[in-house]
Design a protein around this ligand. Sequence first.
Ligand code: FAD
Ligand code: DLZ
Ligand code: SF4
Length: 512
Amino acid sequence: MTCSSGVSALVLVLGDQLSIPLAALRAADPAKSVVLMAEVTAEATYVRHHKKKIAFLFSAMRHFAEALRDAGWRVDYVRLDDAGNTGTLSGETRRALARHGLGRVIVTHPGEWRVLEDMRSWPAAFGVPVDILDDDRFIFPLPDFAAWAAGRKQLRMEFFYRDMRRRTGLLMDGVEPAGGVWNFDAANRKPAGAGSIFPDPAQFPPDAITREVLDLVADRFGEHFGILEPFWFAVTQAAAEQAFEQFLVQSLPKFGDYQDAMLRSQRFLFHAVIGLYLNAGLLDPLSVCRAAEAEYRAGRAPLNAVEGFIRQIIGWREYVRGFYWLNMPGYALENALGATRDLPDLYWSGETDMACLRACIRQTAEEAYAHHIQRLMVTGNFALLVGIEPSQVHEWYLAVYADAYEWVELPNTLGMSQFADGGKLASKPYAASGNYIHKMSDYCRGCAYDVAAKTGASACPFNYLYWDFLVRNRDRLGANPRLAQSYRTYDKLPEARKKAIGQSAEAFLARL
Ligand code: FAD
Ligand code: DLZ
Ligand code: SF4
């Protein structure tokens, strides 16, 4: 994975590598090299990505190509509808090598196993060396993650996170964590109160480049999930930085407070809505963490908020990336709970009388965004309880969110949300009854079901599906100490209630 500096090469920049200091760009000589960027059907359709996600990436790619040209690079940009476009990354790389007579490819480590495997076949297929350089936009190199994981019986994010705090010096006072504790999550569980005012994330009207891309996406991917317009995402580094600055001022001070809350009229609450920018390379993870820490040090944001935000990025984000590469390719196939149900059509149509699911799916269609608890405790929780095959759940999450790439989406979906890895990532399944959703949201008020009712046709389905899930998976989950209390509670229920739970679940699942 090394490369002599400043060489002449074809530098391939992928759609989620839109960072000027990218490893592959640093390694090549701009005077003797050509940058290849290619819009290809295969990447837009291997899962049928949300229209807004494709539009965001194509527009950001086109803007990035301009920025590279301004920085002195020769850029060969292949548009989706260019004559001769082969529709694949390998096809476009092969064509570009021939077009420019170059004898080497340099690329930064891709975010997906599938793409890496493909690239590994290129030296033989193209007859030129292909240098795949470490992606040092991530803070923790992959070999270090493998070393960190080696010999540990169980991997847990919290210990990784503490090492990351020490490694980066973020929120450290000498060798001690700022404020004396590592994690302030206990302060971060407030349900959203009536009257709270939540700012919208920064929104940007489409410019001429984006307008052209929107027309292309409407024309070519009209059948894909999601609503294309209004489109307001940032598509340049400068605009993404502006969106982040706005978050720092407007929302960071309250970031922790309502992190787990859900409101039908407020889609973003105090979340940053920067996942799509970080993952495409328009924002740098370490820089955003340093900027957040500066807000705390200047007294403009409290420690619980800043610690919670930084933990998501140097903790969860880095952790799931290391975890993905450590466990692939087998991880994508795991199905520890033996779930076999097909993904119900309601995940695409949003047509259901369950108000929480309807709201989260509609929001996903409109924004290509839902925040973590909507993903985990509504759509994810439902898929877990009714036993949808994890690979189908994975495909859905990978397709519908603008920030979704397999390295981050797969561990979150398969591991955290569906417990399909049997507990490698999470210590217990995130299964919950309607009571949790009721406590953290205002969805239940407008629902056809009664969240207080436990069984029967009008009862909230989450209530009986929760128990049915535990009963169905007793042989796999019964020994989990974190579920012991739930199993004890179930066992103490009157037999008539247990029977009603089974009957309600059976009737619901048959209708599904
Ligand atoms: P905020 O809540 O404001 O958090 C700030 C940043 O922290 C995020 O932008 C993100 O970069 C990082 N972060 C927060 N939580 C996580 C996490 N669990 N894992 C990794 N990074 C995290 N995140 C993705 O970036 N891409 C995905 O495809 C994705 N799929 C998910 C699927 C499921 C089933 C679940 C439960 C979570 C998934 N997440 C994914 C994690 C999380 O939901 C999103 O990162 C977050 O909602 C993005 O919105 P935000 O930028 O407003 O985040
Ligand atoms: C997601 C995506 C889409 C929709 N289109 C392209 C594309 O046309 N060209 C490209 O280089 N990359 C695209 N991407 C991002 C890739 O899918 C991503 O680089 C890999 O999945 C690795 O993370
Ligand atoms: Fe969702 Fe149940 Fe509440 Fe309806 S009652 S919104 S199904 S949690």
